[in-house]
Write a protein that binds this ligand. Structure first.
Ligand code: ZN
Length: 378
């Protein structure tokens, strides 16, 4: 009996000692900001993902009732490629009762990011939508969902969400919304879905009657459908409204006028642009090229020299001059620059660059395919 009592008392003392020790040491760690959770977050900030995972796992064991350590652990696992595990952890949280609304919204966002990382875009969009039901004005979530809709080609939903984002920001986003519609139109145009392309491009112009990209692609659409007159008038709208970017229509208009047997019209058009914008080097050079093609080398040379005055460092103009001198038989003047000048008038020499990331394209784009920035090419 006595022995039993002694053993029992020793057990109780051991349990109490362990509890007290655990509580003191954990309180000490907490006081010093050193709980596994806090240390896990610090490792995360340091980019030390392995330590972060170990510490967060420890935190989860110590505080299984807390949501935050699970949430973060799932996030790090996703970032380190363990997407399945992340999905499992975040999904378990979504069915846990008693989680406050805003926290639950964050759980849904994390889970949606997991699905996006796993390229399960259907699930990702549905989960983002759940998050938005809980926190409707969350712009960050809206933007992430927008990129998922874009990825899925859900353009109608994408447009409506883009509009909601504008509303949430309380800014007049007419220009961007029209641009977005035009962008959608261009995607349908590339897919040869002429009906949807036309509907979206016309919507763009309803939203903003000065949407240059909508005119450009509407022209492309009409041209593709064989309606060259309508194509010409759509492109001419750009020349009239925005002479500073008229050059984006030149190659298209030249081709269209040529097909209509009215090539001389293009010269009138270039002269119109130059009257309004006399220092427009691109137009001067385009006109010079036409004179050259017609054999009017003196006119071409005069225009190139004028262009060089406005843009004295242009390698392209110098190349064109070298070529013209050569074609006029003035070998001495052209000799030095001739090797470089050989392709001076080649249209594939013309490139456009994204102001934001430097992406190179041989056409003006309204949205950079690399950095996704808008209007960085014109
Ligand atoms: Zn870019």
């Amino acid at each position: 009996m006595n022995w039993l009592w002694i053993i029992l008392i020793l057990c109780v003392i051991a349990v109490i000692t362990h509890r007290v020790w655990f509580s003191i040491s954990s309180r000490r760690r907490k006081a010093a900001g050193q709980t596994p959770f806090v240390r896990g977050l610090t490792s995360l900030l340091d980019g030390d993902y392995n330590s972060a995972i170990n510490l967060l796992k420890q935190a989860v064991k110590e505080q299984p009732q807390e949501v935050e350590p699970y949430l973060r652990l799932g996030d790090v696992l996703r970032e380190t490629g363990e997407v399945k595990r992340a999905i499992q952890i975040h999904r378990e949280l979504t069915i846990r009762p008693g989680i406050p609304r805003r926290t639950m919204a964050r759980v849904f966002v994390s889970l949606a990011r997991d699905y996006a990382a796993a390229h399960r875009f259907d699930r990702a969009s549905a989960t983002y939508e759940h998050a938005l039901e809980l926190t409707p004005d969350n712009e960050k979530v809206m933007e992430e969902l927008l990129s998922i809709y874009e990825e899925m080609g859900e353009w109608d939903k994408a447009y409506l969400l883009r509009r909601d984002i504008s509303k949430a920001r309380k800014v007049d986003d007419t220009h961007m919304l029209a641009l977005y519609k035009a962008y959608i139109g261009k995607i349908h145009l590339d897919a040869k879905d002429t009906k949807r392309a036309e509907a979206n491009l016309k919507d763009a112009l309803k939203i903003d009657s000065e949407c240059a990209s909508a005119y450009l692609y509407l022209g492309d659409l009409y041209y593709m459908m064989g309606n060259i007159d309508s194509a010409i008038s759509a492109w001419r709208r750009i020349v009239t409204l925005f002479p500073e970017i008229a050059y984006i229509t030149f190659a298209r208009l030249e081709k269209a006028f040529y097909e209509k047997g009215r090539f001389e019209k293009i010269v009138d058009l270039y002269n119109d642009v130059l009257e309004r914008n006399p220092r427009d080097v691109r137009t001067i050079m385009t006109l010079a090229n036409i004179h050259r093609k017609k054999g009017n080398l003196d006119d071409a040379l005069r225009l190139c020299q004028m262009a060089l005055e406005f843009d004295p460092r242009s390698r392209r103009i110098k190349q064109a001059l070298a070529r013209l001198h050569y074609e006029k038989g003035d070998i001495e003047k052209s000799l030095q620059a001739m090797v470089e000048a050989f392709n001076g008038f080649s249209s594939d020499e013309e490139y456009y660059y994204c102001n934001s990331c430097g992406y190179r394209s041989n056409e003006v784009l309204w949205r950079c395919p690399r950095c996704k920035a808008w209007e960085t090419f014109v």
